[in-house]
Design a protein around this ligand. Structure first.
Ligand code: MN
Length: 243
């Protein structure tokens, strides 16, 4: 099993859970919301061989943590994975749009300078702006759009640009989400939880939930679950081989 976008460090029982996740999942990408959190979490999780901590600065906290920009940019060279980064166009973050774009573009530029990375990208209500930044930096590596919620036209554009997608149970359980998933290339989709932020039936989505995601995708795509799981493995291997 695997999880390509989890905030594992933010679960209430993170330390105990991490041990379980490390045993159950062959790969877990723990994205962080700030470079300081990345430092602290990297130290705690370094003993887990199947858990990778990605360096990020979440668009929702860019306004509050803009002063961490230097730590962010300085550590891109030493971080194998980058996330959570991106743009959020929701009304409550309109005030920080300029700073968000500044940080996002700076990160893409620095990532490009280091030959590209695997990136987990947030694009809520800001897909076209995210894609336009990605177009400016076409050599960022492998962009994975996490919890994509744009239009079908935006999805087609992202596909044409070579983007990957990580999808979770909430997305796969909604009408709009499953319609989007049905149009995604099966070899570019990976499972995520986005827990503990993503909550279903009163509980945060589990980082050990890729079998459930595969079950949903098997229905949406009308292929056996085993084929979906094999696809996850193949796509993961492709991504892990980068560069
Ligand atoms: Mn997230």
């Amino acid at each position: 099993m695997m999880d390509l976008h989890t905030h594992l460090d933010l679960y209430p029982n993170a330390l105990r859970l991490a041990q379980k996740v490390n045993e159950s999942n062959s790969f877990t990408l723990c994205v962080t919301t700030s470079p300081r959190a990345w430092k602290a979490t990297s130290a705690v999780f370094s003993k887990y061989s199947n858990i990778w901590v990605a360096l990020g600065l979440h668009p929702e906290v860019v306004a509050r943590k803009f002063e961490e920009r230097e730590i962010l940019l300085q550590n891109i060279s030493v971080s194998r994975y980058i996330g959570e980064i991106g743009l959020d166009g929701s009304p409550q973050y309109t005030a920080s749009q300029f700073l968000q774009k500044k940080i996002f573009d700076d990160v893409l530029s620095e990532v490009t300078r280091h030959g590209g990375k695997v990136l987990s990208i947030h694009s809520r209500r800001a897909v076209s702006a995210v894609l336009s930044s990605l177009k400016t930096y076409p050599k960022v590596g492998i962009p994975i759009l996490h919890w994509f919620s744009g239009s079908l036209a935006e999805l087609r554009e992202a596909i044409n640009m070579g983007c990957y997608f990580s999808v979770n149970m909430l997305m796969a359980s909604s009408m709009k989400g499953s319609a989007l998933i049905s149009s995604m290339p099966r070899d570019r989709v990976l499972p995520e939880s986005d827990g503990p932020f993503a909550v279903q039936n009163g509980a945060p989505l589990s980082p050990i939930g890729s079998n459930d995601v595969a079950q949903k995708l098997s229905t949406i795509w009308n292929v056996p679950k085993e084929e979906v799981l094999r696809g996850f493995d193949k796509t993961l291997q492709h991504i892990l081989r980068f560069p």
